[in-house]
Design a protein around this ligand. Structure first.
Ligand code: UTP
Length: 224
């Protein structure tokens, strides 16, 4: 069992990237012959656009998160429509629902679940629940750095790191609105407590995504 967190910005940045989606679909289609797959997709531009529009009317983070969640589910439905019959036709609304849909032997694609975290945490919880072989975080940066690369010019990418190292790095960056860590705080806690082998890659590099799925060497970071 492999769980993939597919960053929303990969699917939609300026607009919905149908060329990228086609590439991903081919990779998933092929991988589904060898692995059971759960995919959690982020909200990307759609989430950001709706959340920023909603901020004109409400400062309530719970409500803003609920709007973000719906955007992630819309992206999930888009991928389901592209995968046709090899994907389960419904978007699970909870991790438990995803587990039950996975019994169908089809790829299950979901978005967010509850306010208060991002789809990384959903993917970590799904991986934990399923005792997944590995969790792949496909995002828009090329790995985990020893410190925040946006603030420190001398930050270095770590090819391998321990669960504790990951936790220390993520927790050293306080959660702030608009400040994204490479993996969200809850996801880092879940990965650490259940020692989930996690591979962080730049999802735009589809070769690396394929390598991560097949357990081959990647250019990103491996947490184990
Ligand atoms: P994403 O998982 O796409 O978050 O969910 P993100 O890290 O901000 O986006 P990317 O990966 O850089 O594109 C979008 C938003 O939906 C809400 C949060 O507001 C999140 O920022 N969300 C998502 C939840 O509240 N709960 C979830 O389970 C998932």
């Amino acid at each position: 069992m492999i769980v993939i967190s597919l960053g929303g910005s990969l699917v939609s940045r300026e607009k919905i990237d149908t060329r990228y989606i086609k590439e991903i679909i081919e990779i998933l289609r092929e991988a589904a012959c060898n692995f059971k797959l759960g995919v959690v997709v982020g909200g990307g531009r759609t989430a950001r656009e709706y959340i920023s529009a909603a901020r004109n009317f409400s400062n309530n983070d719970y409500i803003l998160d609920k709007i973000g969640i719906e955007a992630t589910r819309l992206n999930a439905l888009l991928l389901i429509s592209a995968l046709e019959d090899i994907a389960y036709p419904e978007v699970p609304r909870t991790v438990d629902e995803a587990v039950s849909y996975l019994k169908s032997s089809r790829i299950v694609i979901m978005g967010g679940t509850e306010p208060g975290h991002t789809t990384d945490a959903v993917a970590a919880l799904l991986a934990e629940r399923l005792n997944a072989e590995r969790l792949i975080i496909a995002t828009n940066v090329d790995g985990v750095y020893d410190k925040d690369p946006k603030r420190h010019k001398d930050a270095q990418k770590l090819k391998r790191l321990s669960f504790k190292q990951l936790l220390d790095i993520i927790m050293s960056i306080p959660p702030e609105p608009g400040v994204n860590t490479v993996i969200d705080h809850l996801a880092a806690l879940i990965i650490n407590r259940s020692r989930i082998r996690t591979i962080v890659i730049n999802g735009a590099n589809t070769k690396d995504l394929r390598n991560a799925i097949y357990g081959e060497d990647v250019e990103g970071s491996v947490i184990e």
